[in-house]
Design a protein around this ligand. Structure first.
Ligand SMILES: [Zn+2]
Length: 277
């Protein structure tokens, strides 16, 4: 009897010693699992976070024609290139890597962009049809402490030939690299006279990636559509637009259409594809 009681106490002691330890182990395991799960969820929710960084500053760019899958090489031009389906004067004409403007197309109503009161406007031309809305946008943004400037507007077909070749010469003739950020002649929205590259006093009117973090850029993201402007190459949509993110490049399509793009949460490229079937 005494012996049995002794064994029982011994077993009870074992239980007291080991059960809590085991329970703690289980809790730690569970926490580790939760942490792993959280990391995986974060990755799924932000799949473009890291890949976008790579896209912004391409380090390893595969040369053209080495891959059979064009989908993975978002900067490449398609094999078949067609003339634009709408006239160049049409605000909704789709101009991209597949649809090309004629070399002879130039807008007929080009004026100095300074007509809108935008800074540095003397140096660039835009279509007159933009001027009233751009003027309001410049006035309204100024009232909110934003100092927008223009650093590129209309570019002729021939200017675009020179622009593209300039970037090629600057980049060891790396076609694949240049195609990520510069359009070949006929494929540029700048030939329409409705595309503007913006900058601001915050970055000394320079053109480039640093614009993304300016107050001016944030203001444009929130307000540009109210004046008929839409960002052309948004972040994370490289595989659709064919161009890397350009925080500074906006295209005018008119207030009604820009509102529609905004309300439907579309990007310009997909909206224009819809309207150029
Ligand atoms: Zn541009």
């Amino acid at each position: 009897m005494h012996m049995k009681k002794g064994i029982l106490y011994f077993l009870l002691l074992l239980l007291i010693l080991f059960l809590p330890a085991k329970t703690v182990d289980l809790i730690v395991d569970k926490e580790e699992i939760n942490e792993k799960e959280e990391k995986e969820i974060e990755w799924v929710e932000n799949p473009s976070k890291d890949s976008t960084k790579i896209l912004e500053t391409p380090k390893v760019i595969k040369p053209l024609n080495t891959s059979t899958s064009r989908d993975s090489n978002w900067w490449e031009y398609p094999k078949d290139i067609y003339p634009t389906k709408r006239d160049g004067n049409d605000l909704l004409v789709l101009v991209n890597k597949q649809y090309k403007l004629p070399s002879t197309y130039a807008p007929s109503d080009l004026v100095k962009s300074s007509n809108s009161g935008i800074r540095r406007g003397e140096n660039y031309h835009l279509r007159n049809i933009i001027i009233p809305d751009l003027t309001r946008m410049v006035i309204d943004s100024k009232a909110e402490g934003i100092d927008l400037s223009i650093v590129s507007g209309y570019r002729s077909y021939q200017t675009q030939v020179n622009t593209y070749n300039y970037w090629l010469s600057k980049n060891d003739n790396n076609v694949a690299l240049v195609d990520t950020f510069s359009a070949r002649a006929g494929h540029s929205q700048h030939q329409l006279g409705t595309a503007i590259d913006f900058s601001s006093n915050e970055i000394g009117d320079r053109l480039g990636d640093e614009f993304e973090n300016t107050k001016a850029s944030k203001w444009l993201i929130a307000n540009a559509y109210k004046y008929g402007f839409v960002i052309s190459f948004p972040k994370g949509y490289e595989s659709i637009t064919g161009y890397k993110f350009e925080s500074w490049h906006y295209r005018y399509i008119g207030i009604q259409y820009a509102r529609e793009v905004s309300n439907r949460g579309l990007i310009l490229e997909l909206y224009l594809r819809e309207n150029n079937p």
